[in-house]
Design a protein around this ligand. Sequence first.
Ligand code: HEM
Length: 403
Amino acid sequence: MTTESLAEVPEFPMAREARCPFDPAPGLYAQREQGPLTRVRLWDGSIPWLVTGYAEQRAVLADPRVSADLSNPGYPATVPLPAGGVKRSFIGMDDPEHARLRRMVTAPFAIKRIEAMRPSVQKIVDDLIDDLLAGPKPVDLVEAFALPVPSLVICELLGVPYADHDFFQDTSKTIINRTSTPEERQAGHQALHAYLDGLVGEKLANPGDDLLSGLAERVKAGELAQDEAARMGALMLIAGHETTANMIALGTLTLLQHPDQLALLRGGDDPKLVASTVEELLRYLNIVHNGRLRVATEDLEVAGQTVRAGEGLIMVNEMGNRDPGAFPDPDELDIRRDARRHVAFGFGVHQCLGQPLARMELQVVYGTLYRRIPTLKLATELDRVPFKHNGLVYGVFELPVTW
Ligand code: HEM
């Protein structure tokens, strides 16, 4: 690139203040017009590659010549990092270290184990809906339903006391808020780490039948440091509640704003349609937006161009999921389409560990909510709903509903 064209590189569009609040940032559509691989400018003046094409995103994310380790020079940090960096768990490591740690926690997320949890998740959902129906209205669906469902489930699975939910929900809010200062984010990571470290310590003394106790066993056996176990626990606690909560609230709002699609869902008691609704909402909303971040460790070809070793790559999955080459009429919500190949859970070795759990929870929610509350509706105007424009995970802060 010439110096002149470098100066013209547009800023990375991160906020979705769009014509439609469910669509990716308008600037990303403009980038895509220029091709599947372009450049964007970050807050620190760096100009990593932006990958908007579906096929190109999957190719990069599956390529062992890219690294997810943010301590690598050239890593495209989309928000300022604290001085001294951040120590992340296996989500920020490369194989073989990533695989060593991830393997220790794959069994509890296997489909069979997750399916065995379905009845207890159904009970959690039914009990919360009973409370909703018995309580005052309008009510904030985020506070009363969307946050408690995945928080209760991940607490049960990990062995974290649900009584501490205010602490871990608030802390993760700070961590995934783009406008938090690096120091605030660092303090959040440290507080959560100390909390999980304490819990792993307790499980060492009094093991239970939960995931953290399993990790404590490995600490005892000398396979894992307590520090690593705490970091893994913190990763799963944040990833396990915040994302699914946003999918529940934003997905509910999306369906309420698409009455034809909601009528289809309500019309049948078909688990297959519920499952395809969940996949389509994941594709359409792609809440973990603002890119999967990687840095090339060797030269590689992407979309016919050479990405040099040390250059950053940002795979904006919200655009991959709106690629007309992969999904016809991608900007339309169509719950009958087969959207299972979406990249809302990422792709490659870091593809979401918790996806069987997230899918099952969302299927229970979307198969139950409108059946139990058929007249559910928004209790405010759409333009008064506060969207998480400042979030690394997209969603709504509040969703006032009535019935
Ligand atoms: C709808 C809900 C969810 C969405 C949209 C989602 C999305 C994602 C995405 C996009 C990634 C890839 C990150 C990357 O490549 O850099 C990821 C990774 C991950 N997710 Fe999820 N997630 C969800 C729910 C969950 C749940 C319930 C858990 C439970 C613990 C979880 C645990 C993880 C973990 C541990 C990773 C890191 C995997 C690795 O690095 O190998 N997620 N998730």
